[in-house]
Design a binder for this molecule. Structure first.
Ligand SMILES: *Cc1c(COP(=O)(O)O)cnc(C)c1O
Length: 395
């Protein structure tokens, strides 16, 4: 028996649900790449990205996924033999660091924990110990989609300043831009990296960088620069070089629509929507957790992200049957546990183009799976989520 016939729902933390308007925006013939409307389209997207990153710095659009923008960020500001400090808090900062190591950068890690956010006090102490300022950049992730944590970026900036350390602060906002507040200039972030397929609701394939004055200055000295990623080539007047070759036109048509949707809804409203829906998910998980089969991966409530909730299965309760039930019986695909949490967790995404019925439907399916599989849980998770939303979204 199954109840899966109907629209499938992808509840993984990227790619996220793509609105029809964005899909349709890409469905058109190619246009001239040397003149005409594409030139203004690029300029408008670069400008609007500044607004979304909250920066007066420069912005870049890459035909690449988030990993591409990671590499671009490193290559544009670092020299071979420089050291960087990776702030571990899940999977993604470490993976960014691995990329730096392969480029010939020395990588130090501030060891973290998959169940909690970066500790700014430990960062300050680590930077104070770097008396010769060998560390040229600090790499941090705002929301780590593997662990489900949100890191406090302003507190990380304060820790760097308190240590009187000159390192650049480079932040991965792939899973947090247009999900939770991010203030590049206000928070003193030097380089920010994002991707198209998470909060920005697009198909995968584009990534974005914002670079502030200190990063542009470091760029002038960087010797890891390569033609494809190079900011200087992309800063020139020649439109073709803004993408180092044929512009990814159809992704840009989609990006224009995505930016219009984001700016029309408004960043404040987008942040509130995510906060309320995430709180509903957490309300449900907290209720189920009373039964013993599962728990929040992130221990402290204030460190749980509004983009994704990582649910840890306790020993003896592997997540696979639950994942398979949701997918095969109900057409809801949840995120699997990745990295250290492989085979021990599942993830409920609540990021991007999501509304109350999508979240309540997903939670209903998870609760249905918990019941059908006889997994020890306190029932009433969906009711808890409804109660959260009824309070936060008054009539
Ligand atoms: C998804 C994700 C990435 C990687 O993006 P890709 O487009 O898959 O390369 C990097 N960082 C974070 C926090 C992510 O969630």
């Amino acid at each position: 028996m199954s109840v899966r016939q109907g629209r499938e729902f992808l509840s993984i933390p990227g790619p996220t649900t793509i609105p029809d308007a964005i899909l349709n925006a890409a469905h058109r013939p190619a246009i001239d790449i040397y003149a005409g409307s594409l030139i203004a389209l690029t300029a408008s997207c670069l400008d609007d990205l500044k607004q979304i990153f909250a920066t007066r710095g420069r912005t870049y659009i890459y035909a690449a996924n988030g990993h591409g923008a990671w590499e671009a960020a490193l290559c544009n500001v670092l020299c071979r033999g420089d050291a960087v400090l990776v702030l571990e808090s899940g999977r993604f900062a470490s993976a960014w660091g691995d990329m730096a190591a392969m480029l010939g950068v020395e990588v130090a890690t501030l060891a973290g924990d998959w169940r909690r956010a970066i500790d700014p006090g430990a960062l300050e102490a680590r930077l104070r110990a770097d008396a010769g300022a060998r560390i040229k950049a600090v790499l941090a992730v705002q929301i780590d989609t593997a662990s489900g944590v949100i890191n406090d970026i302003p507190a990380i900036r304060r820790a760097i300043d308190a240590a009187g350390h000159p390192a650049l602060l480079m932040v991965d906002t792939v899973a947090s831009l247009a999900v939770v507040p991010f203030e590049m200039d206000g928070w003193g972030v030097d380089v920010a990296v994002a991707g198209s397929q998470k909060g920005l609701m697009m198909m995968p394939g584009l990534s974005f960088i914002a670079a502030g004055a200190k990063a542009i200055d470091a760029h002038g000295r960087a010797d890891l620069r390569t033609r494809y990623w190079d900011w200087t080539a992309r800063d020139g007047d020649e439109h073709y070089m803004k993408y180092c070759g044929t512009p990814p036109e159809h992704l840009l048509f989609a990006l224009r629509e995505a930016l219009d949707m984001v700016l029309t809804e408004g960043l404040g409203q987008i942040h509130r929507r995510h906060a309320h829906l995430a709180a509903a998910v957490r309300g449900a998980v907290a209720r189920w957790a009373e039964g013993g089969a599962l728990a929040f991966n992130i221990r402290a409530a204030e460190e749980r992200s509004n983009a994704v909730t990582t649910v840890l299965m306790n020993d003896g309760f592997p997540p696979d049957p639950l994942l398979a039930y949701c997918r095969d019986k109900c057409a809801v695909t949840l995120g699997i546990g990745i990295g250290d949490l492989n085979g021990r967790a599942f993830r409920i995404a609540h990021m991007g183009y999501v509304n109350a019925p999508m979240i309540l439907g997903t939670l209903g399916v998870v609760e249905m799976a918990l019941a059908a599989l006889d997994l020890p849980h306190e029932p009433g998770g969906v009711q808890a989520a409804v109660d959260v939303l009824a309070r936060s979204v008054p009539a």
